[in-house]
Design a protein around this ligand. Sequence first.
Ligand SMILES: CC(C)(COP(=O)(O)OP(=O)(O)OC[C@H]1O[C@@H](n2cnc3c(N)ncnc32)[C@H](O)[C@@H]1OP(=O)(O)O)[C@@H](O)C(=O)NCCC(=O)NCCS
Length: 261
Amino acid sequence: MTPNYDIRLCTTFEEYTSCLRMQQLVWQFSDIDVTPLRSFVITRRSGGMTLGAFDSSEGGAGNLLGFAHALAAFDSGNRPYYYSHMLAVDPALQNAGIGRRLKLAQRDYALAHGIGLIGWTFDPLQSRNAYLNIVKLGGVVRKYYVNYYGNASTSALHRGLDTDRLFVEWWVGAERVNRALHGEARNDAPVAAVEVPREIEQIKARDPAEAVRWQQSVRSGFDRHLSAGLYCAGFEPGRGDEPSRYLFYNDAYEEGILRYE
Ligand SMILES: CC(C)(COP(=O)(O)OP(=O)(O)OC[C@H]1O[C@@H](n2cnc3c(N)ncnc32)[C@H](O)[C@@H]1OP(=O)(O)O)[C@@H](O)C(=O)NCCC(=O)NCCS
């Protein structure tokens, strides 16, 4: 059962150390891939923030249940935004809304600091992340990066595949985001779709070559649709064994334009 918890800014060495442990638990990184304590301190001192969900139940001892970490960033047109680098929830407590609550706290922080955009990357093969980012939060995707971090990652979630990433733009004050936060998914027909497995981890374990084929197919689908000027603003989780689907649109884009490197 999910304990009661509070979300607050992490500011102490102990809290940052809990975030290091959480990274190891969630991604099973070896030490070289863990974002170190110094980096948390620097992030805070340079305008970024780490928000932690802390157990507030009786006897919960204030343990960290999850965190969201974001750097102060500029796009290539010098527009300030937050670059959210990690969102992690204790594996025993995933799928219970903690990730969404952490993102909402990040949004509140951005709005309070006059920053209209939070951006982050995620693995396009992770259906759960796509659903959370696009449907539940109202993020949009206009950019696909091939092998973003190279092939040196030690995370169990990355093993054997290129580290392709989608970049989500979350325009926190936008009408699209308000609608998503009220559970109003876009229901007009998309102009294109790209399929992705609902449970990539099972495929990786069963047949790594099939996982590679999925990555290539998602990569080429995004390449085709994004280069045609479409953007992704919808996602349909697959039912049962059915694949999930990224949904693409070509109508006027309501929000601002992030300038990519
Ligand atoms: C991604 C993560 C941070 C999300 O946090 P969380 O607390 O588990 O997420 P939430 O419960 O708020 O939302 C997840 C939603 O996805 C749904 N979901 C679960 N599996 C899914 C799947 N295979 N496909 C689509 N949706 C799925 C959940 O049902 C939930 O939606 P609901 O609330 O409508 O039921 C967390 O799962 C995690 O730490 N994952 C590993 C690390 C990671 O991938 N981090 C993000 C990239 S940096």
